[in-house]
Every structure is written in C-alpha cells, then in structure tokens.
Design a binder for this molecule. Structure first.
Ligand SMILES: [Zn+2]
Length: 327
C-alpha cells in the first residue's frame, strides 16, 4: 500500500488525522494535490496514473488539462471524455488530482428506490457518524441518471467554476446499469478537500459514465468503508509551505497557476497591485524557492516532479535554490 516513493523528487505525505480515532496502516484515503489548487485552475498533470494507482483500487479524479472525469474501478482507471465516451487510460497518463483508497472490509447493503438523498441517509446509518472519509461503491441498475464531463482546457486556465459554466456537457440516462465509485468527505471547513458526497459512474459495458449529479436506484448493492486518515500527497515541497503563506502571497501563486509564466508587469495587472508591491511579493517568493524566472524574466511556480517537462538547466537551478534554502 502507499504511493510510489519515487513519485516525485520531493514527495511529502501530510497525514492529517481526523479527531477522535485511532487508525491502522490500511485505514487511509490518499489525495493527490489539494482541491483548491485544482479548482483555481491547476489542471496540469503532476503525476502519472502508474504513480498514483498503488495508493488504492477505488477512486476518482481527473486527467491532465481537465480532459474528462476519471473513475478508478477495481484498480482500472477509466476516463469519460466530454463526448461521453469511456476509455481505459494508459499508466503514463498524467493527472493533476485524484482521490484513492482500497475498500478492504466494506459494509454492504442492498438498496432500492432511493435517490441521492436516500443514499446519503443510508450511508449515515451504515457508518454511524460521519467521522471520517467514507469510500462508497454503488453497483446495480439505476434510472434518471444525470452525468457530466468537461472539455480539455488550454492555458491560461480559468477557475473550475467558469469552466463548468461554459464547457460542461451533461447526459441523462433513463436507465443505467453500472457502478458509481467515490467518497463522502466530512465538511472540514478547509479548501484542501471537496466536502460531501462525490460519485463518478461507469456503465457495465464500459462505454460511458462521468461525474454524477443525480440518480435513482432501482436495485443496487451499496458498499461503504470509513478511513480515519487522509494522506495529502503534494507533488511539490513548496506547496506544503505555501499553505502557511499569507493570502496576498498565495494570490501570486494562484495567478501563475492559472496564467502560466508572467513577467512582473503582467502579474501586477492580473493582481491589480502596483509594480513595487508585486516586485516585493515576487522577490519574497523567489528568495525562498517558490518561484523561478525563465530566460525571458517571466515568473513561474517551482514544481519538482518527474512528470513535469523541465529543462536540465531549470532542474539545476531549482536544485540550487532549494538546497541553498535548506542549508
Ligand atoms: Zn467529480
């Protein structure tokens, strides 16, 4: 179990224990990256499926450039693109965001005639209290199923809410035979995770599926299992420290994530701040290895991942910056 130790040059696991529970080694849900990084426009893949799938055989996420909805069913990574077509993805597919676990000893119940609210209530009754991350699998025959996917995005990336408003495609299935996999996260009042019930579907024919908005169960088996620990796997050491940064410094990172590399003037325009103020923020971040300048004096976020396409020169520069910073 666990993430490939070679996932990135500087991988780090932040074990965020939920209150009031002891946990064993198998009792973990893994999340690649942070929800707010994705939702702010962090759509570039930061790890391959081969690197993240060892973390579990059950889960969901998306792929590089937000090019569809990912459902991991029995260890198989299926992507549903914006035309509604399901496709088994190759191990070298990049992903910017994924949540994975393994259901070792789930509690199961046969359910019929329930909508999502009914499913939610049944999940509650099965696990007792929503004290952790609940992995959910729902397999059977459904009616009134509403699914969606999104088109691949190109930089400069827009926030997720804007993408959904313009580039979301929805389908309704009067009858759907298949499986829904996903999670119910507790509402931790943090932007790092996506709270509430979140399911991605895949039909039995492995032809279609997507992010689920609505369904009614005709007959299905509901399986649930609670993890009491979330392991946030961050592809970049600077991201961890970034969480501790003041909001005005995080806004610099956010704009660069959305827009790609920007020079100081371009960055100041996007931030709505003066050149002096922008220079001060950028230098603070660059001094600490969070940002680097390219050969055209454009600032970019420091990412250290074997999945990133980086020049040797930049790699060397980052090594120097970060090693120097640690000394
Ligand atoms: Zn989704």
């Amino acid at each position: 179990m666990g993430i490939d130790p070679d996932l990135v040059a500087a991988v780090s696991l932040d074990h965020r224990r939920l209150a009031g529970h002891s946990c064993d080694a198998g009792d973990v849900t893994f999340q690649l990256s942070l929800a707010h990084v994705l939702l702010d426009g962090g759509y570039d893949g930061v790890a391959t499926l081969a690197e993240v799938l060892p973390a579990g055989d059950h889960g969901l996420g998306t792929v590089d450039r937000l090019d569809g909805e990912l459902a991991v069913v029995d260890g198989e990574p299926w992507r549903v693109d914006h035309t509604g077509r399901a496709e088994l993805m190759s191990p070298d597919t990049l992903t910017p965001f994924a949540v994975l676990t393994t259901m070792n000893d789930p509690t199961t119940r046969h359910v019929a005639g329930l909508d999502l609210e009914g499913i939610s209530a049944t999940v509650d009754s099965l696990v007792g209290a929503r004290s952790g991350v609940i992995a959910i699998r729902l397999e059977g025959t459904f009616t009134k199923v509403v699914l969606r996917s999104v088109k691949a995005q190109n930089p400069p990336y827009r926030p997720f809410a804007e993408v959904v408003a313009t580039d979301e495609v929805r389908w309704e299935h009067e009858r759907f035979e298949g499986v829904f996999v996903g999670f119910c996260f507790p509402d931790l009042q943090t932007p790092d995770i996506i709270g509430g019930l979140h399911l991605h579907g895949l039909d039995d024919a492995r032809s279609t599926g997507g992010h689920n908005y609505a369904l009614t169960v005709e007959h299905a088996e509901l399986s649930v299992e609670t993890s009491h620990e979330i392991a946030l796997t961050l592809p970049d050491r600077s991201m961890i420290e970034l969480l501790e940064l003041p909001a005005e410094l995080r806004s610099v990172q956010r704009e660069l994530l959305r827009a790609g590399a920007l020079d100081t003037v371009g960055l100041a325009q996007r931030l709505g701040t003066s050149i002096d103020e922008t220079t001060e923020r950028v230098e603070w971040l660059a001094d600490r290895g969070f940002l680097t300048a390219d050969d055209q004096d454009r600032w970019q976020i420091t990412m250290r991942s074997q999945s990133m396409r980086m020049s040797e020169r930049l790699e060397g520069l980052l090594d120097e910056l970060i090693d120097g910073h640690n000394d």
